[in-house]
Design a binder for this molecule. Structure first.
Ligand SMILES: Nc1ncnc2c1ncn2[C@@H]1O[C@H](COP(=O)(O)OP(=O)(O)OP(=O)(O)O)[C@@H](O)[C@H]1O
Length: 297
């Protein structure tokens, strides 16, 4: 099964064009959707999740027309939104049971078994009787995955799931996501490049509502390999360098500013070649599209 998005556009009533002719083909496996704040990731996720209308364009999930056959799509969908509200005074077990009921699993015994398996899977079985309000951020996110997995969805959407998680919880979350079956489409929206590097076999970068890159992360990195040069400079020199070179990112390292420059040839002897990473792809594409988004130390 594939998710095929064609020429999707959306303008909000305040005039913001959040999606501009977005076309993407997403196959089974983990798909990363990267982009800066306000890029349009959540707008796209919500539209795919049948929660908001598009102005034009189509989305197909297998044989289903997502924008029209909403009820059918919802049966195949697991969704972990950016702001996943939980009822603080309800236990993990009863909340999952309730959501499973809402998702149409009417048999009580079957529901109990599903909830038990899911709580095991997300490593929350030991706190199944604790109120959700007592959960840490990471535990809430794992609970969010458990509810998204109810009913064996064929399409799972997780919107910026690792924001605010400490490194250990982030790792747990990565492991959990990577265990989700390969015959499921998982769309992971994030502005953390590392999330995509660690998890995804395919990806797209979206900026100002447009898809500005898509493909396999390694292939995209190959395109800039050998073209990334770094130099440590004084912060005060940054404008001069920006005017002379294609500075794609700057980072503070031990009090000095380290710049990455994209260039076919070594800009001059003072620049060192560096092994390109997905961050370089991300920053070079974003820098081309939106000058205001160049990361400054
Ligand atoms: N309901 C809405 N009404 C009006 N404008 C909106 C609405 N939702 C989003 N926007 C605007 O649309 C643009 C895209 O927002 P969106 O939330 O889709 O981006 P995002 O990539 O998910 O950002 P973030 O990473 O910050 O969550 C932004 O300019 C945002 O302010």
């Amino acid at each position: 099964m594939q998710l095929v998005i064609e020429n999707l556009s959306k303008t909000y009533s305040n005039g913001v064009q959040a999606l501009k002719n977005v076309s993407l083909t997403i196959s089974q496996g983990m798909f990363g959707l990267l982009g800066p704040n306000g890029a349009g990731k959540s707008s796209l996720m919500r539209t795919i999740a049948t929660l908001q209308e598009a102005d034009s364009g189509t989305i197909r999930l297998g044989n289903l027309d997502v924008l029209r056959q909403k009820q059918e799509v919802r049966k195949l969908l697991g969704y972990l939104p950016q702001e996943f509200g939980v009822y603080p005074r309800v236990t993990a077990e009863s909340m999952l049971d309730h959501i499973a009921d809402l998702k149409g699993i009417v048999d009580k015994k079957q529901r109990k078994e599903i909830v038990r398996i899911l709580l095991e899977k997300v490593n929350l079985a030991h706190v199944r009787n604790k109120n959700l309000g007592t959960f840490s951020g990471g535990m809430k996110q794992r609970f969010g995955v458990a509810q998204a997995l109810i009913g064996n969805p064929k399409l799972i959407i997780v919107d910026e799931p690792t924001a605010g998680l400490d490194p250990a919880e982030r790792n747990r979350f990565y492991n959990l996501l990577s265990e989700i079956g390969e015959n499921t489409i998982v769309i992971l929206s994030t502005h953390i490049v590392e999330d995509v590097t660690n998890l995804c076999s395919n990806m797209a970068i979206i900026c100002l509502g447009e898809v500005i890159a898509q493909g396999n992360p390694n292939t995209l990195v190959e395109e800039v390999q050998g073209k990334i040069w770094s130099k440590s400079i004084e912060k005060s020199e940054l404008t001069v360098y920006r005017n002379s070179f294609r500075v794609i990112s700057t980072q503070l390292k031990m009090g000095k500013t380290q710049i990455h420059v994209l260039s076919e040839i070594r800009p001059d002897e003072s620049f060192k070649p560096v092994e390109a990473g997905l961050e370089d792809v991300y920053f070079s594409r974003i820098a081309d599209k939106d000058k205001s988004n160049i990361v400054t130390a």
